[in-house]
Design a protein around this ligand. Structure first.
Ligand code: DSN
Length: 415
C-alpha cells in the first residue's frame, strides 16, 4: 500500500496517506466506532465506481451506463438481506446519520416529536441533539439510563412516552455497553402508537453474527453504519419491512441525498460477503469476549465502569471515582501519546464539558480484527491502567508506547 500514483501527482497527500497507514499499523485503534476493513474492501472503495453517477435504484436509474452499478448495488442489497434478515434494504445512505435522516424524513413532519436517549447517557447527535438538525426541526424529549445500574431505565422510558406522546422512539446507542431489549422499547412505542427506530450503528456486526439480539422484525426501522463492527465499506444502511420500502427509498433519494457513492456501495457489498462467511461469527464472538476481558482487567485495576461491565464491543469508564482530577479528554491524550487511541466520552450524570468529559470509551472491534486474543487484551488493559495512573510521566508514556508498537508488530494489519 504505497500510494505511488498519489505520490506522483501530490507528494503532500501521499505523505499524509503513508503517515495514516503507519499510524494505524503502529497504534491500537480502540475508538469503539472504528475497525479495520480488508484490503478487498479498500480496493472496492478505491475503484472506478467513484466516477459513476447512478441516481435512482437498480433497474431504475436516471442516467445511462449503470449496468455495473446495478450489479454491485443488487449484490450489496441481497447480502444485507441475508445478513440481517430484513425484507427491504437501502444501501445508499452516505453515513449512519443520513440513514437516520431518511427515516425521520420518511415518517415525520417538522415539529413532530422524537423520544430518544440523552447523549450523556449513550445516545447520538442524530437522535435529537440541539446541535443537530434533529434537535432543531423536531420536538425532542429524552430518556436516560438508571442512575444506579447504568442500564436503560425502561420504566422511565415508558413513563416518558406516555407523558410526551412521541411520534417516534429512538433506540440503539453509541456509548451503551449493555444488551438492548428491543421488545421493551417496542412495547413502549406500541402503547403510544409511535414508530420505533433502532439505530444499531455500533452493533451491526454483532447483530448480523447473532451475538446481540436483532431488532429486525421488532422495530419499524433499523439503521446502521457499515464500517464499525460489520467491517464493510464506509457508509450507512436502512432496513425495514416491505410496507415502508417506497417511503424509505424516496427519503434517501431524492429526499436527502443525490447520487449514491457507488464505490462505497461496492465496499459494502464486499464487506457483507466477508461477513456472510462463518468465520465472521467467530470474529464477532471474539470481539465481545475481548471486551469482557478488557472490562474485567480495568475493574481489577480499580476503574469504575458504567453499568459495571459490558455485553458488547465497548466499555465505558467513569474516571470520577478512581481518578477524580483527571478528565477523560486528558486521559485520552496521554493514552494517544502512548499509541493507545480511544476517546474521552461523556458519562451518565456528567459533571464536565463534552470537550473534556469524565469518561473514556474503548472498543475491541479493531484489535480483534488484527488478532488480539484474551491475553493480549489483558495486557492492553494493564497498559491503559499504567498510563492513566501516570499521565504526567514521560517515562511511563514512552515505555508503554514502545510496548504497544511491539504488540502491533506481533499483530500486523496490512501486509
Ligand atoms: N462517531 C461515532 C462514534 O464514535 O460513536 C458515531 O457516529
Amino acid at each position: 500500500m504505497d500510494h505511488e500514483h498519489v505520490r506522483e501527482v501530490d507528494p503532500a497527500v501521499a505523505d499524509a496517506l503513508d503517515g495514516e497507514r503507519d499510524r494505524q499499523e503502529q497504534t491500537l485503534a480502540m475508538i469503539a466506532s472504528e475497525n479495520h476493513v480488508s484490503e478487498a474492501v479498500l480496493e472496492a472503495q478505491g475503484s472506478v465506481l467513484t466516477n459513476k453517477y447512478a441516481e435512482g435504484y437498480p433497474g431504475g436509474r436516471y442516467y445511462a451506463g449503470c449496468e455495473y452499478a446495478d450489479e454491485v448495488e443488487e449484490l450489496a442489497i441481497e447480502r444485507a438481506k441475508e445478513l440481517w434478515g430484513a425484507e427491504h434494504v437501502n444501501v445508499q445512505p452516505h453515513s449512519g446519520t443520513q440513514a437516520n435522516q431518511a427515516v425521520y424524513y420518511a415518517v415525520l413532519d417538522p415539529g413532530d416529536k422524537i423520544l430518544s436517549l440523552d447523549l450523556n447517557h449513550g445516545g447520538h447527535l442524530s437522535h435529537g441533539h440541539p446541535a443537530n438538525f434533529t434537535g432543531q426541526i423536531y420536538e425532542v424529549e429524552q430518556y436516560e439510563v438508571d442512575a444506579d445500574t447504568g442500564y436503560i431505565d425502561y420504566e422511565g422510558l415508558r413513563e416518558a412516552a406516555e407523558e410526551f406522546e412521541p411520534d417516534i422512539i429512538v433506540s440503539g446507542y453509541s456509548a451503551y455497553p449493555r444488551t438492548v431489549d428491543w421488545e421493551e422499547i417496542q412495547a413502549a412505542a406500541d402503547a403510544v402508537d409511535a414508530y420505533h427506530l433502532a439505530d444499531i450503528a455500533h452493533i451491526t456486526g454483532l447483530v448480523a453474527a447473532g451475538v446481540h439480539p436483532s431488532p429486525v422484525g421488532v422495530a419499524d426501522f433499523v439503521t446502521g453504519s457499515t464500517h464499525k463492527t460489520i467491517r464493510a465499506g464506509r457508509g450507512g444502511i436502512v432496513l425495514c419491512d416491505e410496507q415502508f420500502a417506497d417511503d424509505i427509498d424516496k427519503a434517501v433519494f431524492p429526499g436527502g441525498q443525490g447520487g449514491p457513492l457507488m464505490h462505497n456501495v461496492a465496499g459494502k457489498a464486499v464487506g457483507f460477503k466477508e461477513a456472510l462467511d462463518p468465520s465472521f461469527d467467530e470474529y464477532a464472538q471474539n470481539v465481545v469476549d475481548n471486551a469482557d476481558v478488557l472490562a474485567e482487567t480495568l475493574q481489577d485495576h480499580g476503574f469504575t465502569l458504567v453499568s459495571g461491565g459490558t455485553d458488547n464491543h465497548l466499555v465505558l469508564v467513569d474516571l470520577r471515582d478512581s481518578h477524580p482530577d483527571l478528565p477523560g479528554g486528558d486521559a485520552a491524550d496521554a493514552l494517544a501519546a502512548a499509541n493507545i487511541v480511544l476517546n474521552g466520552n461523556t458519562v451518565p450524570s456528567e459533571t464536565r464539558s463534552p470537550f473534556n468529559p469524565s469518561g473514556i470509551r474503548a472498543g475491541t472491534a479493531g484489535l480483534t480484527t488484527r488478532g488480539f486474543d484474551a491475553a493480549a487484551i489483558e495486557e492492553v488493559g494493564d497498559l491503559i491502567h499504567r498510563v492513566v495512573d501516570n499521565v504526567d510521566s514521560d517515562d511511563v508514556i514512552y515505555e508503554v508506547g514502545e510496548r504497544v508498537v511491539e504488540l502491533c508488530e506481533e499483530h500486523p494489519l496490512y501486509e
